[in-house]
Design a protein around this ligand. Structure first.
Ligand code: KIV
Length: 264
């Protein structure tokens, strides 16, 4: 049966975790969805892992729509979440037009990076039938403001603020919250504070779902591997095996372990 937003809510109610993995084309979308992954994310990480840039900023709506269309063709029942690229939601009008394009291309949900400044935009999208995931913590589109790819929410003031933002974004209509690179203790507090399912990456084992970038978990990303990544290829030896192992490890909460987790 196809995964919907209701499936994710039910997982949260029942205390079950769910798996999210990026994919950018039809072939991988088929393998990923047939392995049982609940949500496919067409992340703007494609700017780094497919296009070779050192940030996600060069990714455009044209790129995103191309990859969403490809993934939608290969998908076999996962929920399809698409990133809204840098500056495609700078105003509410732009967000509505661009989110509509991603939905027409085959997305079931869009993801936006930001904090309380997005509340009006999220409300407008939600009221018009577009499910939204709000991405908090390390938001890669803000790398130039953040001064690098760093863990967020380490001091108590920042942590309190992130909890408040998660609650405000949920109240505005966000259906899912995604936390990137935050201490596990903070991610657990946010997961408790909101009813919406919370997905984590580098956010410890207590979020409702886990996400990784496909190329990272297959061990093909060049350069240093971030602390929160596990290479599932080394123990399985095949792409399909690695994706299935990741799905199982998320479901039975053996991934992420301490070594993939940040402390406050
Ligand atoms: O772009 C992406 O792949 C993402 C994940 C890292 C969560 O936003």
């Amino acid at each position: 049966m196809a995964v919907t937003i209701n499936t994710l809510r039910e997982y949260k109610r029942n205390g079950e975790t769910f798996s999210v993995l990026t994919a950018y084309d039809a072939a991988f979308a088929q393998v990923v969805s047939e392995a049982g992954i609940d949500v496919i994310l067409i992340g703007d990480s494609l700017g780094m892992v497919l296009q070779g840039h050192d940030s996600t900023l060069p990714v455009t709506m044209e790129h995103m729509c191309y990859h969403v269309r490809s993934v939608a063709k290969g998908n076999r029942g996962a929920l399809v979440m698409a990133d809204m690229p840098f500056m495609s939601y700078g105003t509410t009008t732009a967000a509505l037009d661009n989110a509509a394009e991603l939905m027409r291309a085959g997305a079931h949900m869009v993801k936006l990076e930001g904090t309380d400044w997005m509340t009006d935009t999220i409300a407008a999208l939600s009221e018009r039938g577009i499910p939204v995931c709000a991405h908090l913590g390390l938001t890669p589109q803000f790398v130039n403001k953040l001064g690098g790819y760093k863990v967020q929410g380490r001091d108590e003031k920042q942590a309190e603020m992130m909890i408040e933002h998660a609650c405000q974004l949920e109240a505005a209509g966000a259906d899912v919250i995604l936390l990137e690179c935050v201490p596990a203790v903070l991610a657990a507090r946010i997961t408790q504070a909101v009813k919406a399912p919370v997905i984590g990456i580098g956010a410890g084992a207590d979020t409702d779902g886990q996400v990784l970038v496909l190329h990272d978990m297959l061990g093909v990303t060049p350069g240093r591997r971030p602390k929160f990544v596990k290479n599932f290829m080394t123990e399985t030896g095949s792409v399909q095996g690695a994706i299935e192992a990741y799905h199982e490890a998320v479901k039975d909460r053996t991934f992420p372990s301490e070594e993939h987790t940040f402390k406050a």
